[in-house]
Design a protein around this ligand. Structure first.
Ligand SMILES: NC(=O)N[C@@H](CC(=O)O)C(=O)O
Ligand SMILES: [Zn+2]
Ligand SMILES: [Zn+2]
Length: 354
C-alpha cells in the first residue's frame, strides 16, 4: 500500500498574476494572498488604470500600508504598468530605473474587466515595445482578440495567430508572459516558442471546464476571461503545468468582484481564488499524481523567468479537510470565492506564519 502524504512543505510560492483592487476592497482580500505568497505581480487595471511609474509607486505604498501588522514586511507587491496607445517610450526607462515596476501589461481595448483604456492597435505601441526589448522589461498579455466576429471561445487562438506570432517575430528578444492561458493552442505555442516566452496558468482553468459555467444552470461565479474552455483544453493545461517545463508557472488571476456585480443581468468577469490558492493547486496536482511537481511550478519557474531570486523560507500544507466558506465580507458587499461551500483536502499550516 502506498501511503498518502499528510504534510507538504515547499519553498514559499509567488503569485505571478493577481488583482488586488484598491481601498477597502483591497484591504479585504490582501491578507489571503500575503499569508500564502511572498510576492505577487499586481495587475494595473484599476479605475483609472496605473499607467505611470509614479502611480505604480503610490499604489505599491497603498498595498504595503494595507497589510495587517502580522503580515507587514512579509509580502512584496511587484508592480506593473498598464499599456495604452499613448504610453511613451521614456516611461519604460523611468519604470526600469524605479526598481518597483517589473512588467508592462497589454490589455486589448475591450477584452476584459477595466480594459477600455487598453490598446486599440498594437502597432501604436511599437516604439514602446522596442524600448521594453532594449531594457529587458517583460510584456504581459491578456491574449484575446476583441473583434466581434470572432467567437468568444476562439479569441485566444486567434490572438496567437494575429498578434502574438507577429509580435515575437518583430521583437525576438522581448520577454513575454502569455497570461492565464486556457487552450491547447496556447500551450503548443508557448512550448514551441523561444525561451523568451512563458505563460501563467490559473487554478480555475486547471480545475474547471466550460460545463462548470453553463451546464445545469448558469454559474456566474465561474465566469472569467478568457472564458473556461472544453475538457480537452483543460487537460492540455494540466499537462503543461505538471510536466516540469520551466515555461509555465503559477498565476492565480484571482479577480474579486462584489457578489452583486457577479449575480447580475450583465455579470462581470473574474474569479476569486486567493482565499485558498495554493491549497487548490495542491489538490489539483495531487489528483493528477504530480504533487512532486508543484514546488517548481509555484515557487521556481516564476522567479527564474522574471530573473528574481527564489524565496528562501517555506510554507507547509497539512492534509486536513476543511470547508471553504460560502462567502466573505467585501467592502459593503460580499465576495463568493472559488469552491464556495466545498471541501478542500489541503490546509495551510498556521505554523507557516512563524
Ligand atoms: N480574469 C478576469 O475575468 N477578470 C480580470 C481581468 C483579467 O485578468 O482579464 C479582472 O480584473 O476582473
Ligand atoms: Zn486578463
Ligand atoms: Zn487578470
Amino acid at each position: 500500500m502506498i501511503s498518502q502524504p499528510t504534510m507538504l512543505t515547499l519553498i514559499r510560492p509567488d503569485d505571478w498574476h493577481l488583482h488586488l483592487r484598491d481601498g477597502r476592497a483591497m484591504q479585504a482580500v490582501l491578507p489571503d494572498t500575503a499569508r500564502r505568497f511572498a510576492r505577487a505581480i499586481i495587475m494595473p487595471n484599476l479605475k483609472p488604470p496605473v499607467t505611470t511609474t509614479e502611480q505604480a509607486v503610490a499604489y505599491q505604498a497603498r498595498i504595503l500600508s494595507a497589510l495587517p501588522d502580522e503580515l507587514s514586511g512579509r509580502f512584496q507587491p511587484l508592480m506593473t504598468l498598464y499599456l495604452t496607445d499613448s504610453t511613451l517610450p521614456t516611461e519604460i526607462v523611468r519604470a526600469k530605473m524605479s526598481g518597483v515596476v517589473h512588467a508592462v501589461k497589454l490589455y486589448p481595448a475591450g477584452a476584459t474587466t477595466h480594459s477600455d483604456a487598453g490598446v486599440t492597435d498594437i502597432t501604436h505601441c511599437y516604439p514602446v515595445l522596442e524600448m521594453m526589448e532594449r531594457h529587458d522589461m517583460p510584456l504581459l498579455v491578456h491574449g484575446e482578440v476583441v473583434n466581434p466576429e470572432v467567437d468568444i471561445f476562439d479569441r485566444e487562438k486567434v490572438f496567437i495567430e494575429r498578434v502574438l506570432i507577429p509580435l515575437t517575430q518583430r521583437f525576438p528578444e522581448l520577454r513575454i508572459v502569455f497570461e492565464h492561458i486556457t487552450t491547447r493552442d496556447a500551450v503548443d505555442f508557448v512550448q514551441s516558442a523561444s525561451r523568451q516566452i512563458a505563460a501563467t496558468i490559473t487554478a480555475h482553468h486547471l480545475l474547471l471546464n466550460r460545463n462548470a459555467l453553463l451546464a445545469g444552470g448558469l454559474h456566474p461565479h465561474h465566469y472569467c476571461l478568457p472564458v473556461l474552455k472544453r475538457e480537452s483544453h483543460r487537460r492540455a493545461l494540466l499537462d503543461a503545468a505538471t510536466n516540469g517545463s520551466r515555461k509555465f508557472f503559477l498565476g492565480t488571476d484571482s479577480a474579486p468582484h462584489p457578489r452583486s456585480d457577479k449575480e447580475s443581468a450583465c455579470g462581470c468577469a473574474g474569479i476569486y481564488s486567493a482565499h485558498a490558492a495554493i491549497e487548490i493547486y495542491a489538490q489539483i496536482f495531487e489528483q493528477a499524481g504530480k504533487l512532486d511537481r508543484l514546488e517548481a511550478f509555484a515557487s521556481f519557474h516564476g522567479p527564474d523567468f522574471y530573473r528574481l531570486p527564489r524565496n528562501q523560507d517555506r510554507i507547509s500544507l497539512i492534509k486536513e479537510s476543511w470547508r471553504i466558506p460560502q462567502q466573505f465580507e467585501y467592502a459593503n458587499d460580499t465576495l463568493v470565492p472559488l469552491g464556495a461551500g466545498e471541501m478542500l483536502e489541503w490546509k495551510l499550516s498556521e505554523g507557516s506564519l512563524d
